[in-house]
Design a protein around this ligand. Structure first.
Ligand code: GZL
Length: 324
């Protein structure tokens, strides 16, 4: 009797093992993909939203993510990329804090045969094929859309002279260079437009406040427009404008870029006039590109997300929550 029981138990174990082996053999096994991502920092709601989206999409797509935060230092990004190379990740992605200074480490990645995806921002190099593609906004177009809004606003108000102060993002970064170029190129043929001064706010709220204090002290009520390269700096500037006795959105036209919830809220309050959207939600496109590269497929050189403009020309009451 005991022998029969043992024989039955052995048959059951063998059957289960066979099923599990067969099951494993049949299961479609997605290739495990290891992505090394160097995030430049946590300087803004946009950046924090970008990091969150990349983590969520990696989880959703089953991508193993090694994410390192460089805390606004290029040398930390370079070190992280070298660690990813040593770790032999399948793909490297990073958001370069500035455009220059990447040739050596990207040549090392190329020698190691690891494809590199640029996320959000671009690099400037004389070398060819250091990166596979760029997934990020068309910053030049964002600058154009900001200027086009200002021209419409100046027309609507019948302004004959428009004095502009500009608070720029991180010097030598792609968004700073291209937002400024798009804005300047678009106002160049409009004789009313005059840039009083452009000053670097480094995409930081605290620097936005400092820059605005200096600009108010220097130009006071001659300022007609504040063009700020991101919401963080705009939100830092607003209290300084109010402390100086001016009504932002009325005494001064305030134009911002990113489109995070806090900026949309002050837009609805009338304290700013225009926010050009720059979506941080690049994670889905990144994961799809990672899988394409892993599968040996070709990918587009540049992937730009769709973006829009929010302003006091629209009814924003039904606008969905921004998520960043
Ligand atoms: C734009 C991104 C910029 C945001 C800022 O894609 O690089 O950096 O506009 C962020 O908020 O700091």
């Amino acid at each position: 009797m005991v022998k029969r029981l043992i024989a039955c138990a052995v048959c059951v174990v063998l059957a289960l093992t066979a099923v599990s082996c067969t099951k494993k053999a049949d299961e479609p096994t997605e290739p495990k993909v290891l992505l090394g991502f160097s995030q430049l920092g946590s300087e803004s709601a946009w950046r924090i939203g970008n990091t969150k989206d990349i983590e969520e999409q990696a989880d959703r797509y089953g991508v193993s993510l090694m994410l390192e935060n460089a805390n606004q230092k290029q040398e930390n990004q370079i070190d992280a990329i070298r660690r990813f190379i040593a770790y032999k990740v399948d793909v490297i992605a990073f958001s370069p804090i500035v455009e220059e200074g990447w040739d050596n480490v990207l040549l090392e990645a190329k020698s190691a045969g690891i494809p590199v995806i640029l996320v959000d921002r671009d690099i400037s190099t004389q070398k060819v094929d250091l990166t596979t593609c760029l997934i990020g906004a068309d910053f030049y177009k964002e600058g154009v859309m900001a200027a086009e809004y200002l021209i419409r606003k100046a027309d609507a108000l019948g302004l004959e002279q428009v004095n502009i102060v500009e608070i720029t993002g991180t010097e030598n970064s792609t968004p700073m260079r291209q937002r400024q170029a798009g804005f300047y190129d678009t106002i160049a043929s409009d004789g009313r437009m005059n840039i009083l001064e452009s000053i670097d706010g480094d995409f930081l709220k605290s620097r936005g406040a400092e820059c605005m204090r200096y600009l108010l002290k220097t130009y006071s009520d001659t300022i007609d427009v504040v063009f700020s390269h991101n919401d963080e700096m705009t939100l830092g500037a607003l209290p300084e404008i109010e402390k100086a006795g001016f009504v932002p959105g009325k005494d001064m036209i305030i134009i911002s870029i990113d489109g995070g919830q806090e900026a949309i809220d002050v837009l609805k309050e009338g304290r700013i006039n225009c926010v050009v959207e720059c979506t941080p939600k690049l994670g889905k496109a990144l994961m799809e590109t990672v899988f394409s590269l892993k599968a040996g497929e070709s990918v587009d050189a540049v992937i730009h997300p769709e973006e829009q403009v929010f302003s006091d020309e629209q009814d924003l009451t039904t606008l969905a929550p921004r998520g960043y």
